[in-house]
Design a protein around this ligand. Structure first.
Ligand code: MG
Length: 458
């Protein structure tokens, strides 16, 4: 939990099971959500975590108590549940998931009737109901009812297929290795791929909430088995999902793992070739690569704060059709304006089939950047003041201050300095055309920031 009067973090409510998040709390959270939705019809689903059924029952009890009717979707991926909300024209969804967090965590994502997670303003309404004890319980004869909602995964798979050239992909008989992290990614992606004519090899595809195969965050250090397997079996593509299958990280035919910026830039390039002039929504933490592609293919970048909900909400507000994050989130608006691992996988295969190129070649054609990271200690109480001073000191440079301070330099290098939301530190992300330059930027700006923070404290 995030301190007084705060339930929601960047992506919903999260906590360690039976320590930060207990069934008693989840019933109350369910009732606060139910009060917010005012007798709505809500879909409830959960990921593969050991605590999933327990918390789903708790949240359902809380929702029913406030008169909300629940459609029980069972175990499912986040994007499939988000799609079901729109598809069945329901008022929203409550998803019991801790996404990429380790197995001891669980959490709750709340989705609005458009399939997108609630805005911060809506989250605050729920927090106020929760902390001010403003839950409105229903009378005994007004309690919500529950019924099963079958077919969520079937409908989702069919919907994805409508957005790619199924015949074109099928003709290629691709071999794809899928690493589903022992979670809900196993329910849709392998089936989708088989229906796209692919030979599918799965790893970590047995549902097991202890995550015995790997941790649910698709970071390179967790994807060594996928990389080795893709190469060993001679696959055309490897893909790994996070715990609720909204993020996807890809591996090429040589077993090389590619970070989300690159695969997003590839999707962006082919999207803009077909849809010139469109807006591309991405957080300020994304690589300059994303901007380079927009510049080269007549797109317009709209920078946002870091966080997938902000990307989705911005896409909705400005009617943008594509968004992406460096952590492997691809938001394909014609399907749904949320990140979606299975949709992203279909898009990558579609590009491979249309171009007839291997993934390594397609990614190799993109501009190259070297990325270096650093951190500087900064007590929480000085974070805001440091940001102000930093902006002042660096005025005149090509800067964006939507989330921390990002500076772009003439030689295509860039640096982002951003206060951590959870730790007393500033994080620095530099990128440049050479490794030396990226390192030098981290060094230079770390010492600038250190001096500045020091001067604030003295
Ligand atoms: Mg996730």
């Amino acid at each position: 939990m995030l301190g007084p009067r705060r339930l929601f973090g960047t992506n919903g409510i999260r906590g360690v099971v039976n320590k930060e998040l207990t069934p008693q709390m989840v019933i109350k959270i369910g009732s606060a959500i139910g009060t917010f939705f005012q007798h709505g019809n809500l879909i409830v689903g959960y990921d593969a975590r050991t605590s999933g059924p327990m918390f789903a029952r708790a949240v359902i009890a809380g929702l029913n108590a406030t008169g909300c009717n629940v459609l029980l979707a069972g175990m499912s991926s986040t994007p499939a549940l988000q799609f079901a909300v729109k598809n069945h024209k329901k008022d929203g969804a409550v998803i019991v998931t801790a996404s990429h967090n380790p197995p001891q965590y669980n959490g709750i994502k709340v989705v609005w009737n458009d399939g997108i997670e609630l805005s911060r303003e809506q989250e605050i309404e729920i927090e106020n109901i929760f902390f001010d004890e403003k839950i409105r319980y229903a009378e005994w004869n007004g309690l919500g009812t529950n019924r099963d909602l079958p077919g969520v995964i079937d409908d989702y798979i069919e919907a994805i297929k409508e957005h790619v050239d199924v015949a074109g992909i099928t003709k290629k008989h691709y071999h794809v290795v899928v690493d589903t992290a022992n979670s809900v990614g196993s329910l849709a992606a392998p089936r989708l791929l088989r229906e796209l004519g692919c030979k599918v090899t799965t790893i970590n595809a047995n549902i097991d909430g202890t995550f015995p195969g790997r941790l649910p965050e698709p970071r390179p250090e967790n994807l060594k088995d996928l990389a080795l397997t893709a190469k060993a079996v001679g696959a055309d593509l490897g893909v790994a999902f996070d715990g609720d299958a909204d993020r996807s990280i890809f591996v090429d035919e040589n077993g090389e793992i590619h970070w989300g910026d690159k695969t997003f830039a590839l999707v962006e390039k082919h999207f803009l070739k077909d849809n010139p002039g469109e807006k591309i929504v991405t957080p300020v933490s994304s690589s300059t690569l994303v901007k380079d592609i927009a510049d080269s293919y007549n797109g317009e970048i709209v920078w946002t704060k870091v966080g997938s909900i902000t990307v989705s909400q911005t896409m909705k507000k400005i009617n943008a059709k594509l968004g992406g994050e460096e952590n492997g989130g691809i938001f394909y608006g014609p399907h749904q304006s949320v990140r979606d691992g299975a949709m992203a996988t279909a898009l990558i295969l579609d590009i491979m089939a249309r171009t007839g190129e291997k993934l390594s070649n397609l990614l190799g054609e993109l501009p190259k950047y070297f990325i270096e990271k650093g951190k500087v200690e900064c007590p929480n109480e000085f974070k805001e003041k440091a940001l102000e001073k930093l902006t002042e000191q660096l005025s005149g440079l090509n800067m964006n201050t939507i989330d921390g301070v990002k500076i772009w330099f003439e030689d295509d290098s860039a640096i982002l300095m951003r206060p951590s939301g959870t730790e007393p530190i500033y994080r620095l992300y530099a990128e440049a055309k050479t490794e030396e330059k990226a390192l030098q930027l981290v060094k230079e700006y770390s010492s600038k920031l250190k001096r500045l923070i020091h001067s604030l404290q003295s």
